[in-house]
Design a binder for this molecule. Sequence first.
Ligand SMILES: Cc1cc2nc3c(=O)[nH]c(=O)nc-3n(C[C@H](O)[C@H](O)[C@H](O)COP(=O)(O)OP(=O)(O)OC[C@H]3O[C@@H](n4cnc5c(N)ncnc54)[C@H](O)[C@@H]3O)c2cc1C
Length: 307
Amino acid sequence: MNYELVIVGGGPAGVAAGVYAERKKIRTLLVAESFGGQSIVSGEIRNWIGTKSISGLELAKALEEHLKAHQDIDILEGERVAKISRADGGFQIETSGGKVFGAKTIMMASGSRRRRLAIPGEDKFDGHGVSYCSICDAPLFKNKNVAVVGGGNSALEAVVDLLPYASNIYLLQHSAALKGDQVTQDRIAKEPKVKTCLNAETKEIVGDDMVKSLKYQDNVTKEIKELAVDGVFVEIGIVPNSELVKDLVQLNPLGEIVVDQKTQQSSLEGIWAAGDVGDALYKQNNISAGDAIKAILSIYTYLNKSK
Ligand SMILES: Cc1cc2nc3c(=O)[nH]c(=O)nc-3n(C[C@H](O)[C@H](O)[C@H](O)COP(=O)(O)OP(=O)(O)OC[C@H]3O[C@@H](n4cnc5c(N)ncnc54)[C@H](O)[C@@H]3O)c2cc1C
């Protein structure tokens, strides 16, 4: 085996795992498509403990620098892990660049990504009016009409983020009720510029170079309606990046890797997971880093026992 441990991911979970693995002198390779993880797009993060305020980009830089200050860890940057399979005494890892490694243990820190609508116009206008990050993009829609698709907390929070900027905000929920916290529902219900459309199934995003309108079906009358909007914020949940190990470990119905909450070990000996790819109830930077540390301490014990 080339390595005792391969870490997949360069977000808060992957970097925390890397720092701890190096300090435990575990022979480790960390494969990161990039550093920083999902909150890289945030203008300001105010709950990264020990830091009053930091932008997503600064956090990404700080994570990368912290990891790279440690000498005894191999880092493969700018490539993805493309395949993980079982091999004698551990696992075989293949990367998008065609490299092949062996590892005794795997730490999945591959995070999650935004769920997409998969409707016409979504891909075409991604970055041209279609956004998956209200915190990042709300200021671009000053005095414009926008739609927010979704009915959970992230959709409601997107509406709140847009309130200081947009002229009109249409909140489109496919079912008969919103699902996010009542307190946020009450808050936006008081805002005259927010119009909530229930039973509204988003069907198409239309435009030329930029978004011009959104078509939805009224699920009660089956009528197709069109809203003139300059922006569409898609807030319909997240998808864990667990595909690599879907045939190896137990996933829950959401596709998250089921782990032992004390050790972060998955259902298969040799694979651990932490952060947004796992089944932790709360998805946060600090939680991802902390759970990753739990995992490394557990991996360290496991490797020592099997020596
Ligand atoms: C817009 C936004 C704002 C947020 N703001 C906050 C906040 O203010 N405070 C807070 O605590 N949390 C915040 N969060 C949540 C927080 O970002 C996540 O909980 C956290 O990033 C999860 O960390 P992670 O390391 O598990 O995964 P991720 O951050 O998703 O990182 C996973 C990394 O792995 C890489 N990767 C994936 N698959 C592969 C592969 N096959 N091979 C190699 N690399 C791979 C990805 O490119 C990514 O860099 C925010 C999330 C979003 C989307």
